[in-house]
Design a protein around this ligand. Structure first.
Ligand code: ADP
Ligand code: MG
Length: 252
């Protein structure tokens, strides 16, 4: 959690974002702000639009109305695939499914994109990858293949792979939801450390205690709207909204 988010520049801003799939409106006017260095969690019922918000932020989904600014780029105004690819290089994404390449070692999985896409010299990319593996506590797995790792270890490699692109922002979409319970803690510990170091992050999560602990603000989504975005203590304990209290209470 960062200090004094009010003093730091805004990295992500959504204003009145509307998105429909066919006749179904799934985002009904989303407003969201993330300051540089902040961790913002998005919580809310399944199907309420959380993943779609993340997809709008990295240009994978195209809203019909509203403004999205990420690191000075008007994402809603991008018109070419090349512009969207350029945006995506600057935003790391970690999903529930880690999707590592099974035929590549851990080191190769992490260096692939920096070498191929950013044209980082191989030796430099490998040095960075080793540093990142130490940060996700997998320094001894450099030469392992994904199939030799547990789910929690594979997810930590996926986090290192996202960081290898030196992203300005990382989106985490329910990254512990597919893990066996005993592996959730090790992945959350890695994310907690990254957030404390000042990584700007947006996290969709059902881990309420974790969200409360690490977030600068938490946004609650319901039915395509962000009902509230507030510091954890305010949202968890002072919200007058019965739906929010009921939702959070269901996880305690
Ligand atoms: P959440 O992540 O909160 O569970 P999503 O953002 O995935 O919710 O989905 C919000 C709504 O949009 C859901 O009703 C879902 O069925 C619908 N939806 C998401 N993606 C698509 C798509 N590509 N086409 C049609 N409907 C979609
Ligand atoms: Mg989702």
């Amino acid at each position: 959690m960062a200090q004094d988010s009010a003093d730091r520049p805004t990295l992500v801003n959504l204003q009145d974002v509307h998105l429909s799939f066919g006749a179904v409106e799934v985002l009904k006017g989303i407003d969201l702000t993330v300051a540089k260095g902040d961790a913002v969690s998005i919580i809310g019922p399944s199907g309420s639009g959380k993943s779609t918000i993340l997809r709008c932020i990295n240009g994978l989904a195209q809203p019909q109305a509203g403004r999205i600014t990420v690191a000075g780029v008007r994402v809603d105004a991008l018109r070419s695939e090349a512009e969207r690819i350029a945006l995506r290089k600057r935003i790391g994404v970690v999903f529930q499914q880690y999707n590592l390449f099974p035929h590549l070692t851990v080191l190769q999985n992490i260096t692939l994109a920096p070498v191929r896409i950013l044209k980082v010299p191989r030796a430099e990319a490998e040095g960075h990858a080793r540093d990142l593996l130490a940060r996700v506590r997998l320094a001894d797995k450099v030469s392992a293949y994904p199939g030799e790792l547990s789910g929690g270890q594979q997810q930590r490699v996926a986090i290192a792979r996202a960081l290898a692109m030196r992203p300005e922002l990382v989106l985490f979409d329910e990254v512990t939801s597919a893990l066996d319970p005993e592996m959730v803690g090790e992945v959350l510990a890695v994310i907690r450390a990254l957030v404390r170091e000042g990584l700007t992050s947006i996290l969709v999560t059902h881990e309420m205690r974790f969200a409360e602990e690490i977030s600068d603000t938490i946004a609650f989504t319901e039915n395509g709207r962000i009902v509230a975005q507030a510091p954890p203590a305010e949202l968890f304990y002072k919200s007058g909204n019965p739906r929010i209290r009921q939702f959070i209470g269901g996880f305690q």
